[in-house]
Design a protein around this ligand. Structure first.
Ligand code: URA
Length: 240
């Protein structure tokens, strides 16, 4: 795909357009080893190598990072408090978290520039599965499990859709939900008279949290992982 070199470098955080034009005029930027001086030069970054001060520029059309979100970070792009983009060293323009985890929730968060994919993953139309591991205050009672799995009412306006709960131990459960409502897992258990003490997301669709990532660590998605996320999900005919 052809793209203006100044735009490509701006997207990758090499500076403002003016700063990048300065770099180009200084002869710091090359395409396949040839110095460029024209600030409106284009490149086909899929086949050509762009360098700045002889360092190859690592360009992708879209970026996909899997972050193991630590507690204490907001899932937003700008804030006075620490946010998840602070943890991504690559200062790529247009990166955003795909969906939201509470400040104290840990685990899988996709950070991407791909708005189309994010829209599909977050749209209620596709009911994408999200799996969480939750540590509960009290051992889960059979009736609590049954109520939550059947779809529990939280307040006058909120009823959660049916979900699947698997018990790992007395106080630890895996929950698979297909909504993306604010505080949904915590609210579901609180509506049943229990409380989530610790919450960690471990899967979204087919994307599984890489167990080798410590909280705060991240890595790029593999081609296979991106393909699996892009695989069409069946559109559900009726919305509840
Ligand atoms: N449900 C919650 O209650 N919190 C989250 O962060 C995600 C799902």
């Amino acid at each position: 795909m052809k793209i203006r070199v100044d735009k490509l470098l701006a997207n990758l955080g090499y500076g403002t357009r003016n700063e990048i034009h300065k770099l180009i005029r200084q002869g710091a930027v090359t395409i396949d080893g040839e110095i460029i001086r024209n600030i409106s030069a284009h490149t086909d970054a899929d086949v050509q190598t762009v360098c700045v001060y002889d360092e190859p520029v690592d360009y992708r059309e879209e970026y996909y990072f899997m972050l193991n979100k630590p507690a204490g970070y907001l899932s937003v792009t700008e804030s006075d408090e620490p946010n998840v983009l602070d943890l991504i060293a690559e200062k790529i323009k247009g990166l955003f978290p795909c969906g939201r985890l509470d400040k104290d929730t840990e685990g899988l968060l996709l950070i991407t520039t791909d708005g189309k994919l994010a829209h599909e993953l977050l749209s209620p139309k596709y009911r994408i599965e999200k799996e969480y591991e939750a540590v509960l205050r009290d051992p889960l009672k059979a009736e609590q499990k049954q109520k939550i799995e059947a779809g529990i009412r939280y307040d006058s306006e909120t009823v959660y859709r049916p979900c699947v709960i698997r018990e790992l131990s007395e106080n630890t459960v895996r929950v698979i939900v297909t909504e993306g409502k604010y505080h949904e897992v915590k609210n579901m258990f609180s509506a049943a008279g229990n409380e989530v003490m610790h919450l960690k997301r471990i899967r979204m669709k087919d994307l599984i949290l890489d167990g080798s990532l410590a909280p705060g660590e991240y890595r790029e998605l593999t081609e296979e992982e991106i393909e699996a996320l892009r695989r069409p999900s069946p559109v559900l005919k009726q919305e509840v």
